[in-house]
Design a protein around this ligand. Structure first.
Ligand code: GRF
Length: 199
């Protein structure tokens, strides 16, 4: 199966996918990596292993819709079976969402629907929950509101800081992403209302 991965930052989730794709039998390859900004480690990780990259910055387009259309066309040009947002910090618009309906996924660092948005670990810590985690879900037009594909629980420790909790979540999040994408591409999946069923 062909994966296009979208990144905005360090790309540690991308790296986990790149590593998994080298395993015989994983069932997927990363055919392109896209970004909404330059100068990020995520792009360097792709370039280091010879995966083609592209960068579309919103500010280089006359409108948000024009950016959305460019993202759609470039991603579609790589004929992906699955598009993975991995630390990609933009919400894509209707053109993109319709083209890749049911096969555009994102990973978030909380147990949704708790703590959506940019501050997942910090918000969990401030609230005082004892368990948080990571969620893999289908993207829709909202912020972290799409159908849930997989979740993993991560304990909050009494002495956690935002940094230690963020790191503990990322370890579980990467494993979940790799395991779940692998199962999706090998076994298939279907969407039934709010429920996503693999296999
Ligand atoms: C992930 O924890 C994701 O949930 C959050 O940002 C992180 C992305 O990290 N939105 P990376 O770029 O994959 O290293």
């Amino acid at each position: 199966a062909r994966l296009v991965v979208l990144v905005s930052g360090s790309g540690s989730n991308l790296q986990a996918l790149l590593d998994a794709c080298r395993e015989p039998g994983y069932g997927a390859e990363v055919v392109a990596v896209g970004a909404d900004r330059g100068g990020i480690a995520g792009l360097e990780r792709a370039e280091a292993v010879g995966v083609p990259t592209f960068t579309h910055r919103v500010k280089d387009f006359p409108t948000r819709e024009a950016w959305d259309t460019a993202m759609t066309e470039t991603v579609a040009g790589h004929s992906p079976d699955l598009v993975v947002s991995a630390g990609f910090l933009k919400i894509l618009g209707d053109v993109f969402l319709e083209r890749f309906a049911g096969r555009y996924i994102n990973t978030h660092n909380s147990l949704l629907p708790s703590f959506p948005g940019m501050r997942g670990p910090a918000a969990a810590l401030e609230y005082g929950v004892k368990v948080t985690g990571a969620t893999l879900f289908l993207c829709d037009a909202g912020v972290d509101t799409g159908q849930i594909i997989a979740q993993v629980a991560v304990p909050v420790h009494d002495d956690d800081t935002v940094e230690t909790l963020t790191e503990r979540i990322k370890v579980a999040e990467r494993r979940q992403l790799v395991d779940t994408v692998g199962r999706m591409v090998r076994e298939g999946w279907r969407v039934d209302g709010r429920r996503v069923v693999i296999g």
